[in-house]
Design a protein around this ligand. Sequence first.
Ligand code: ATP
Ligand code: MG
Length: 654
Amino acid sequence: MSETLANLLQENRRFEPPAALADAANVKADAYEEASADRLAFWAKQAQRLDWAREWDQVLDWSNPPFAKWFVGGELNVAYNCLDRHVAAGKGDKVAIHWEGEPGDTRTLTYADLHALTCQAANALTELGVRAGDRVAIYLPMIPEAAVAMLACARIGATHSVVFGGFSADALSGRIQDASAKVVITADGGYRRGKPSGLKTIVDEAVAQCPTIEHVLVVRRTGQDVAWGERDLWWHETVETASTEHEAQPFDAEHPLFILYTSGTTAKPKGILHTTGGYLTQASYTHHAVFDLKPETDVYWCTADIGWVTGHSYIVYGPLSNGATQVMYEGTPDTPHKGRFWDIVDKYGVTILYTAPTLIRTMMKWGDEFPAAANLSSLRVLGSVGEPINPEAWMWYRKNIGHDNTPVVDTWWQTETGAIMISPLPGVTAAKPGSAMRPLPGISADVVDDEGNSVPNGGGGFLVLREPWPSMLRTIWGDDQRFVDTYWSRFQGMYFAGDGAKKDDDGDLWLLGRVDDVMLVSGHNISTTEVESALVSHPSVAEAAVVGATDPTTGQAIVAFTIPRGSVDTEGEAGEALIKELRDHVAKTLGPIAKPRQIMLVAELPKTRSGKIMRRLLRDVAEHRSLGDVTTLQDSTVMDLISDGMKSAKSDDE
Ligand code: ATP
Ligand code: MG
């Protein structure tokens, strides 16, 4: 049998958990044994973290795969679990959110404050005719009202569909139409890169195409002028004048909680549907286990936007169900200067930080002096999500942000999985830089070959999930068939994630990027991730994206787009010398088969709005094709720069 995916990169570094953290860890090694002895009993136990109005009759109904039901017959209210029960337990005065606006204005919301606002919003939405099962679109900047709007929907059983505040009117109207939303909650604008951006204008344009929308509820954030129409209502006149009393009704464990469209790296976004009991159980448990959250002492900060699943599970539902104190930041990391994030960590004494590789690599590019200027000694756990983290980016993160002694948890999951699936546990795992290590207790992931057979240690292939999990997507909104075809048809009885992965000699898992991006070079399947990681392991490189371009001799040839670190000279001959050095460096690190045919030095890479590299566009450039769909691209001018550079670069074939 031919190899499914080559295993080229070797990594021997390991980092044991600090002893004190391990001793006091929320979750210890026995959790793995407990879960493998009886997976359903394990999840039933984790569900007890929540307050249920009615106990379930059955943990899992998997009689009609792939349509799962978890905690069948159980009833609970998500907002009650995130707010009321903490207030009832005497924690009303505990800070829920330290909010930091981009211009430097701040707000502090306790659990009692958040509860009162959520009750007001629930009353206001009810007054506007929103009922359980209706859909509400949320298009807001990173302000506390975003969390309040989500919790208010959950409280009354309305299904929210949060759309990232950077998306265009077309993207917004497409998502509103797909879900037939009744109400949109937005703001006049928000602050990004030092300026107020307009949201209401975009909503006006979008809603003109959306006959199902009855009301637009507008938070005043920037105070800019906005056009006003009949269906528009100010939040401060509607929500903030409503009663702060609201009794939460329980909903069925399988009641739809939210729809969220995937970030769109590969194709047309899919409306992923999540439900209530299983979702909250796994969001809550994983937040407790993977970040080792101690609600009394930790200050947690997840830098994701509320518009992505990370914001749903690890800003709103996981942390709030656990009674965490967290930081929420409105703006960009370089406003007013490139040390803003580190100033925030310093100011609030952040102990747990959860961010994305794109940010870590950007910080590497900007230089070590920015984190060095702040006091980061409060940090004790660092997390990463969104893309494979290159081993050198992992090392940089640990060294420059984690003062060389904090665990780094590389967490693999997807919009579809709802919560973290594969990750080290900070008090248990001796983590390897760049590896997501093992499936969490209660999760069964595997790597299989073309035929669905488990690959041996040292082998690569397709990442699959063999058993249903509580926070799994229930379907694609309005399209059960697409749900079956997309995720459950490639391998019999398994969920196929779309990602490639390998098992190293110890059986630990390494994510290798999307299988659609795998390159076929002279008969070898080579992952983009391994070549990118080899490039990033060179001291002059901050970030790299690699694609396979059609090649007459090798089938596909490796073309790399590389961002040098800030201080590196790339002019003229220095640039050419660096390119040669990088090609040799990759050949030396991974073997001659992985030597790039061509390396381009670029200033930026095309990314989705969630910061993921969009390789399919680079493939278009490398093959001199016109560009495919660019609607989910963060900055479309980047592509012009790269294409121009590509045309003028002389081919450096040997
Ligand atoms: P679309 O499905 O529309 O193309 P997307 O897959 O980028 O968009 P998300 O659900 O936000 O949308 O991202 C999940 C994907 O992100 C995973 O399938 C994987 O490719 C990547 N990913 C997330 N976390 C990690 C990680 N820790 N290591 C490697 N890859 C990761
Ligand atoms: Mg995806």
